[in-house]
Design a protein around this ligand. Sequence first.
Ligand SMILES: Nc1ncnc2c1ncn2[C@@H]1O[C@H](COP(=O)(O)OP(=O)(O)OP(=O)(O)O)[C@@H](O)[C@H]1O
Ligand SMILES: [Mg+2]
Length: 240
Amino acid sequence: MTLPPIEVSGLVKRFGAQRAVDDLSFAVPAGRVVGFLGPNGAGKTTTLRVLLGLVTADAGDARIGGRPFAELARPAETVGALLDGGLLHPGRSGRDHLRALARAADLPEARVGEVLRLVGLEAAADRRAGGYSLGMRQRLGLATALLGDPAVLVLDEPANGLDPQGIRWLRGLLRGLAAEGRAVLVSSHGLAEVARTADEVVVIHRGRSVLQAPVAELGDDGLEETFLALTSDAPVEVAA
Ligand SMILES: Nc1ncnc2c1ncn2[C@@H]1O[C@H](COP(=O)(O)OP(=O)(O)OP(=O)(O)O)[C@@H](O)[C@H]1O
Ligand SMILES: [Mg+2]
C-alpha cells in the first residue's frame, strides 16, 4: 500500500469556543509504532475518536488506508481500536464478549481463542467480565482490537492498569505487531515506556503538534525533558 496506513491532516475539532484539536497533521507508516503524547486535555483521545469515526471533525481529515473510517468496507479487519471505557456487558464472560463481536463482524470464531491467547487472558476467559480487574479489562480491550487481524491499530492508553510484567508484555506485543508490518498508533502518559516501545513520537499540546521525531534522535532521557519543555503552560523558549 502506498498510502500511509494512518494520515491525519489539518485536523481541527472544536468544542464550543475551545479548539481541542488545532490544525494537527501526522502520519503513521506501516511497520512503525508511533507514540502519541501530550499532557491531560491535550487532544489525544479526541484525535483518536475522530480517526475512528466517533467524532466529526470541523476541518481537515483523518484517514485509514486513504479513507475516512466511515468509508471503510470491512472496518473490523482494517483497524483495531482500544479506547478508554470500552463497552462491556458485565454479566458476559470475556470469551462470550469476543464471540459476539466476531459474529457481528463476520469473523471466524476460531479467532476468539487466538486473541485470548495473544493477550494472556485464557485463564479468565470464562469468568464474568464484570469481575475483571482493570488490567484484565485492558487485555480484553486489546483482544477486541486484534480480533479482525487488522493492519492498523489505534490504542488509547493501553498500558493503563497494567502491572510491570503487563507493561513489558505490552511492549513486546506492540513491537511484534509492528514487525509484522502493522501501523500502531498508541497514546500514553508513560514517557519512559514510549521511549522503549515507539519508533517515533508525536507530541501535542493544546491540540497542536509541538514535536514529531524519531525516538532515536531524542537520546536516553531527552524525551522527558523535551516533553516538559514543550508542554508546560508557561511560555518556554526551546533551543532550535
Ligand atoms: N465531548 C466533549 N465535549 C466538550 N469538551 C470535550 C469533549 N471531549 C473532549 N473535550 C475537551 O477537549 C480537550 C481535549 O480532550 P481529550 O480527551 O482529547 O484530551 P487527552 O489528550 O486525551 O487527555 P488525557 O491525557 O487526560 O486523556 C479537553 O479540554 C476536553 O475537556
Ligand atoms: Mg485521553
